[in-house]
Design a protein around this ligand. Structure first.
Ligand SMILES: NC(=O)c1ccc[n+]([C@@H]2O[C@H](COP(=O)([O-])OP(=O)(O)OC[C@H]3O[C@@H](n4cnc5c(N)ncnc54)[C@H](O)[C@@H]3O)[C@@H](O)[C@H]2O)c1
Length: 457
């Protein structure tokens, strides 16, 4: 694929491009955001805060109703800011009616890209959104796909749908891919200060996508095509998946040889160059690191290519809940209680620390595996997760984390290390604590009842 040279003035700037560019620069454009979840709502909020007229689109009636009342449903966002842009500034309104896409100058698509039960990409939400946008398309619009997906999605799947509206890409409408980098729960890096990558179908598409992103983001990184941007996003997530798999494998080895992997990683991290720390855990979850690598390995097969690193990393990471299950069962076996009667308490169900996101959480998998083995007395405590379903049944939830609750259980497992957990209290009042996150690192004195993943204790 040819690399376009950037930075030279272009000839033949279309009137649609000129008009859209001036609306973007003076902030008089209307921005539409399709899919108001963890990615779409923060994005819509940033434009609305900037005073840009913003319309949110979603298929979820509850979300639309809540938003139009000025109510926030994403834990990471500031509820007052949502109320302010909806009720006071009135720069954000939301709708189920996709025909209103015709009122937008720029439309971001931020819908889910899950996988099927056989772990193949499911881009149906992207295609549905593109179809809805195409139906309402008017000349002079810019469409930016943000959903993480395999290289070629924007040009081979989304573009033909938009072209069918009768408009011409790069002339009467514009199309780009610009992946999302939001990290829910991250206090340092947010929408404004995290650079974003942009790859347009044509130079005009890239320039317009840069301009609109600049309204809310400090640094924009243009690349030569949507495929480069799509692949770049997958590289970011595969990089994490592979490195996490490496420490997960080493954690299992350290368990055998009695060396503490956490101390090893911390020591290695003192090297000022060439090393970046990754930590082991009960597995990976969320909507990104677990799913995205499969998008690339699926696509690679079409080119008779096997992505060995991706497959191996997935195998190791997805074996971790099984490993944690065997740690739990070993601790039960050491006690007088039978598997059937053993009481297990999982602390933290969210897929990572201090977030309310349960999607593909390894803690869910651990609970499911325990049930499959006939350990039915499993309950959980997680201040961010009000209810959990396993195999269609509601998992018993502890509303509070008290000494009495802890004492009632034969094994307590720290599956997610939320900051609010009182670790000293947990260790003091539990028979056995299986710590999969090194949350007990600062617990002094005898650590007889702590079983730490990756140190052979
Ligand atoms: N969550 C993250 O931290 C994160 C980070 C980077 C990239 N991403 C990527 O961003 C995309 C969106 O992820 P998310 O976490 O925001 O998902 P989400 O599930 O939180 O939100 C998606 C929203 O889209 C809506 N939706 C579904 N189908 C729709 C349709 N046809 N039309 C309109 N709306 C529809 C859903 O109701 C939901 O509100 C995914 O591709 C994901 O991989 C997510």
């Amino acid at each position: 694929m040819a690399v376009r040279r950037r930075g030279r003035p272009r000839k033949n700037v279309s009137s649609h491009e000129k008009q859209l560019m001036s609306k973007i620069i003076d902030g008089s454009c209307t921005v539409g955001v399709v899919g108001l979840g963890y990615v779409g709502l923060p994005l819509a909020l940033e434009f609305a805060k900037k005073g840009i007229n913003t319309i949110g689109f979603d298929v979820d009636t509850t979300k639309i109703k809540q938003l139009n009342k000025g109510k926030n449903y994403i834990q990471d966002l500031n509820a007052d800011e949502i109320y302010d842009v909806v009720k006071r500034k009135k720069t954000l309104r939301s709708t189920l009616d996709f025909a209103e896409c015709s009122e937008c100058d720029v439309i971001y698509i931020c819908v889910p890209t899950p996988f099927t039960p056989n772990k193949e990409p499911d881009i149906s939400h992207v295609l549905q959104s593109a179809t809805a946008v195409a139906k309402a398309m008017k000349p002079g619009q810019l469409v930016i796909l943000k959903s993480t997906t395999f290289p070629g999605t924007t040009e081979k799947f989304v573009k033909p749908i938009l072209d069918a509206s009768g408009n011409k890409c790069g002339q009467t409408y514009f199309l780009a891919f610009s992946p999302e980098r939001i990290d829910p729960g991250n206090k340092k890096w947010n929408t404004n200060n995290t650079p974003v990558v942009v790859g347009g179908v044509t130079d005009a598409c890239t320039d317009l996508a840069i301009a609109i992103n600049k309204q809310i983001i400090a640094e924009i990184v243009p690349v030569s095509s949507p495929s480069v941007a799509e692949m770049e996003k997958l590289l970011e997530n595969i990089f994490r998946s592979v490195n996490i798999a490496l420490v997960n494998e080493l954690a299992q080895l350290c368990d055998r040889i009695g060396v503490n992997i956490w101390e090893v990683v911390d020591a290695a991290s003192t090297k000022p160059f060439g090393f970046m720390p990754f930590y082991p855990g009960p597995g990976i979850g969320g909507h990104c690191i677990l799913i995205d690598p499969y998008y690339l390995s699926w696509m690679a097969r079409e080119y008779d290519f096997v992505t060995n690193f991706i497959t191996l990393a997935a195998e190791v990471n997805e074996s971790m809940p099984f490993y944690v299950r065997s740690m739990i069962e070993r601790e039960i076996a050491k006690q007088t209680v039978t598997m059937k009667k053993a009481k297990v308490l999982l602390l933290g169900m969210a897929f990572k620390k201090d977030v309310d996101d349960l999607r593909h959480s390894p803690a869910l998998k651990v609970a499911e595996l325990l049930f499959d083995d006939g350990i039915n007395n499993v309950s959980y405590y997680d201040p961010f997760i009000p209810s959990v379903e396993i195999h269609g049944k509601t998992l018993k939830s502890r509303k509070e984390l008290t000494a009495t609750n802890l004492k009632r259980h034969d094994v307590v497992v720290i599956t997610t290390d939320h900051s609010s957990f009182d670790i000293e209290m947990i260790v003091k009042n539990s028979k056995v604590v299986i710590d999969t996150r090194n949350a007990t690192k600062n617990v002094g004195g005898p650590r007889r009842n702590i079983v730490l993943l990756g140190d052979g204790e």
